[in-house]
Design a protein around this ligand. Sequence first.
Ligand code: ADP
Ligand code: GLC
Length: 485
Amino acid sequence: MKDVKVLFVSSEIEPYAKTGGLADVSSALPKALAAGGVNIKSVMPLYSSVNREKFGLKKIMDSACVHMGNCEEWYSVYHTDKPYGTDVYFIEFNKYFDRNGIYHDASGEFADNPFRFSFFCRAAMQTAKDMGFQPDVIHCNDWQTAFIPYYLKCGEDGYFWGTRSVLTIHNIGYQGNFDAGALEYAKIYLADFNAGAFESFGRLNVLKGGIAFADKITTVSPTYAGEIMGPIGSGGLHDILRARKNDLSGIINGIDTDVWNPQKDNLIEARYSVKNYAAGKKANKKKLQKMFDLSDSPNVPLFGFVGRFAAQKGLGLLSGAIERAVNSMVCQVVILGSGDEDAQWYFGGLPAKYPGTVGAYIGYDETRSHMIEAGSDFFLMPSLYEPCGLNQMYSQVYGTLPVVRATGGLDDTVEQYDEATGAGTGFKFYDISPGALYDTMGWAVSTYFDRERHMDLMIKRAMEKDFSWKKPAESYMELYRTLHY
Ligand code: ADP
Ligand code: GLC
């Protein structure tokens, strides 16, 4: 793939800025593509939260300019000389990115988000041009970059006439839905503000416009690709997705095995491999119990949860099942998350109600997330929907068996436990109900106590699964090849 040039555009890239799995993917996928020979450069906004010193950011372009509506917007471009993975360029524009928060602050979503991200899309393209990097493909991610397929198709700039677009949908729950006030600034012609493109119920729907104009559309698991073509899973976009179905595919995410690897992980108490997992997990469990003020009980099954407190993650199922479980079974639970205020209040209050049995940390914390993966016996992911999900893959390679609702990528990446043979890598349930989660936690607890040999078989099988980016990156390369002519 030496000859294929890709500009990868994302609103968040780990370790510079992250709110969820998009950042992990935007960091690890370009790295895997570069390893496969793709000539790739990434672009993201320079939020004020990005640590310029730590990551060695240097200004490489001053007074760069794009035209938005009737204005000229002048910005700068930064680049890091200590690349974490691949080459990343940062767009500095204080009017839009020098504020607390990436998409919102404590008072809600930023009202000017369509202005911020349409500008970012133009500036990302302009940066490629200013650097003389003429991409064969611009790989866009989620609504924040979904203006680009349209800008390419409008063909205003001859520099990009040979450039094609791939739009990856990481989560159809976030479509970039706004009033139509940004159309002029974003340079969307009124003729394209229609139900087959950017318009949805009289409002601007950026993701919908991206889907209409992208050359190829992908999403992050095969099962989710099917789900978003149906009325229930599509957030209203099933008609346009069905219309584009020949260009839509599901490519499962991978995991960054440099970061999520129990043999190399410096954030955990004890490193381990499949050969010595019992001793390694025991030491990590002890430390985890201490971190979360749980009683030091090596033989009590411990369930972990890490995630955004958003309805998508099945918080109603968790709240309905956890208290029942700790009241009726021998088990412990640790929770790490932040987001929805009511959820923070509820989950944050559980340790006081169940001291020594339930632990919670409200906030974002890398070390605790790695410790939960390493020290728990089971990992809870009862999502209502899950485009891919990364934590269930992290937990499997750490020998922590996932308890998941069988949806999207969770269904694709977890193998159901077979009680007759001990096959499988986790426990799946189907109903959206706290009772179904509770029953499945019970199934896990009974397996822990009564079928030790099966636990051992499942842990080994889970730890040996290949979730690396190698195969998914090959699928993306194959897709780029179909566009590169
Ligand atoms: P989503 O992108 O929908 O949030 P994913 O499972 O794809 O879900 O990715 C979530 C990522 O964010 C994982 O890397 C997870 O460990 C991380 N994460 C979420 N919440 C927290 C938190 N409170 N502290 C640390 N990491 C978190
Ligand atoms: C989204 C999805 C999650 C997916 C991630 C990365 O945030 O909610 O399921 O793993 O994007 O693709």
